[in-house]
Design a protein around this ligand. Structure first.
Ligand code: SF4
Length: 264
């Protein structure tokens, strides 16, 4: 969850606090009016440049939120009237464009020039952030050393926390021995709440995630007070490139499409 400045107040130390940070809960699907399908942009059947969200006289599929969710859109867009949201979004948009070269050329063919690492450094600089948080997985400890050094080279102060910090045993969350990775050992749990609180206490201005597991990253987002971005997500099989499985879903990763498959 992205921190929402609209719901921030002050905590006991006078720092802004994301009031929406709360433990995850099961969320029941809301009843919807049968005649209004749920938004499903992922299944939109039109080429991108012919869609109504891309061009004013474009086409729209059933349930298109551009056409069917105008009240939600108006409400969402009012959020940008808040100065901090406005500025954050403006700088993000400026940074987005700055990642392409020669934008004056016509017709324009996109010429991306910046890595995500560069993008993060530049965006943090635009926002005037000095102190960055780095929350990383122990499996990417070597990468964290490099990333932290790079951030420091770029003039940032870095506060970093590894997932196993605190050495809290997995028994705290009810994990039995046969449910551990290394059975028969005193295995520590990943502790994204502790990681977030460490960075909160250090008053980091912008957090960067590096390789946290699915779910652990979700908890970090929920408990972190500063805005958070992701440098890399963990994928144990593809060298942390989860899209490799997507690109190969019609060939070598066809097993992903087995109907009804949830767990091995
Ligand atoms: S907003 Fe509408 S047109 Fe755009 S992708 Fe979604 S369904 Fe398609």
């Amino acid at each position: 969850m992205k921190p929402d400045p609209s719901v921030q107040g002050k905590n006991e130390k006078g720092r802004t606090r994301n009031k929406s940070a709360r433990p995850p809960q099961k969320i029941a699907a809301r009843k919807t009016v049968r005649s209004t399908p749920l938004p499903d942009c992922g299944a939109c059947g039109f080429p991108m440049q012919q869609r109504i969200c891309f061009t004013a006289d474009g086409s729209a599929s059933r349930g298109c939120p551009t056409l069917t969710r105008k009240t939600v859109l108006a409400s969402a867009n009012r959020e940008y009237e808040k100065p901090d949201v406005h500025e954050f979004a403006r700088q993000a948009s400026l940074q987005e464009a700055a990642c392409y070269a020669n934008r004056h050329e016509r017709p324009y063919v996109m010429q991306p020039t910046k890595t995500r690492l560069e993008e993060i450094c530049e965006f943090a600089g635009r926002m005037g952030y000095r102190r960055l948080g780095l929350a990383f997985c122990i499996g990417l400890a070597a990468e964290a050393v490099r990333v932290e050094a790079l951030f420091k080279t770029r003039g940032f102060e870095v506060v970093s926390a590894v997932c196993k910090a605190g050495k809290t045993p997995k028994s705290l969350i009810g994990i039995r021995d046969e449910e551990k990775i290394f059975q028969g050992t005193d295995e520590s749990m990943c502790n994204p709440v502790f990681q977030a609180e460490l960075l909160n206490q250090a008053a980091t201005q912008f957090n960067v995630l590096l390789g946290l597991c699915v779910g652990h990253d979700s908890l970090f987002f929920q408990y972190a007070q500063a805005p958070t971005t992701v440098l890399a997500v963990k994928d144990r099989v593809t060298g942390h490139n989860p899209l490799a499985a997507v690109y190969l879903a019609d060939t070598y990763y066809q097993k992903l499409k087995k109907t009804g498959k949830k767990n091995d």
